[in-house]
Design a protein around this ligand. Structure first.
Ligand SMILES: NC(=O)c1ccc[n+]([C@@H]2O[C@H](COP(=O)([O-])OP(=O)(O)OC[C@H]3O[C@@H](n4cnc5c(N)ncnc54)[C@H](OP(=O)(O)O)[C@@H]3O)[C@@H](O)[C@H]2O)c1
Length: 254
């Protein structure tokens, strides 16, 4: 029997949210594993710095700035990646997040906050998955990995709006998986628990980080790179029979 390939070497990979936090760790990890990466976020200067780090290590990186809540930006970004690399093998759809301003009792959620969180966390997944899948369906191959959240399955009163968006990401992931399975395009999601990105640490502060970490069976919050192994597995041919799965990466059931 042939050992399955866990390699992502040479796989053209788009990473949204690549400038900071989890997306940055995944972009650097995929590049180190030999994948040419297209780096997406709104702030071009931060993407340039990440691209330079990758090139200095002998990797390939394209800076592809875009606001993933805007269809025009997303379509232009995907066209640019195809122009540069000729195809798309993997999408790591990481851009999103809420920040501590989302931690509000439901009676205090304004229309503006609701719309902002749904746009950044749910509409963005719809737009980027759709634009990338048009290319992958044509190719008859591809792996899409959406970054969801523990808050998409675990109800938390103070995270009602972002949790609803992430529950939507889970359902889009499953529906897209069924739609594109006939074309050998797989769609899965990783659901991280608390992850110590600079944003999360600054927003929560050391006391809340310690309090929340105590509820995690493995006894600590994740580092951004803790999600890399699962992402590489889902992008590689070793996971060829897995689609429509929402896989926790959260340190144990909570
Ligand atoms: N950290 C956690 O504890 C945790 C837990 C569960 C799930 N997650 C999920 O993991 C993902 C990453 O979280 P993180 O903590 O790493 O976030 P982060 O550090 O705040 O980074 C967010 C990234 O997304 C980009 N981004 C934000 N809005 C964008 C937009 N409209 N268009 C394009 N890019 C945009 C940001 O760059 P620009 O601002 O320059 O655009 C940045 O690169 C999110 O989907 C989040 O919900 C995080």
């Amino acid at each position: 029997m042939n050992t399955p390939s866990f390699s992502v070497e040479g796989k053209i990979t788009i990473v949204t949210g690549a400038s900071r936090g989890i997306g940055n760790a995944l972009a650097l990890g995929f590049a180190e594993a030999g994948a040419p990466v297209a780096l997406v976020a709104r702030t071009a200067s931060e993407l340039e710095a990440t691209a330079q780090r990758i090139r200095d290590n002998g990797g390939k990186a394209l800076v592809a700035p875009a606001d993933v809540t805007k269809r025009g930006h997303v379509e232009q970004m995907v066209e640019g990646v195809v122009r540069e690399f000729g195809r798309i093998d993997v999408l790591l759809n990481v851009a999103g997040g809420a920040g501590t301003k989302q931690l509000r009792p439901p009676l205090e959620i304004s229309d503006e906050l609701w719309d902002e969180l749904q746009d950044r966390n749910l509409k963005s997944v719809f737009l980027v998955n759709q634009a990338v899948a048009r290319v992958m369906v044509e190719q008859r191959s591809g792996s899409i990995i959406n970054i969801s959240s523990l808050s998409g399955t675990k109800p938390v009163a103070l995270e009602a709006a972002a949790g609803a968006a992430k529950a939507g990401v889970n359902q889009l992931t499953r529906a897209f998986a069924i739609a594109w399975a006939p074309y050998n395009v797989r769609v899965n999601a990783i659901a991280p628990g608390l992850t110590l990105t600079p944003r999360a640490m600054k927003g929560l502060g050391p006391e809340l980080v310690e309090k929340f970490s105590k509820d995690i069976p493995l006894g600590r919050a994740a580092r951004p790179e803790d999600h890399l192994g699962l992402a590489i597995f889902l992008a590689s041919d070793a996971s060829a029979f897995i689609t429509g799965a929402i896989i926790p990466s959260d340190g144990g059931p909570q």
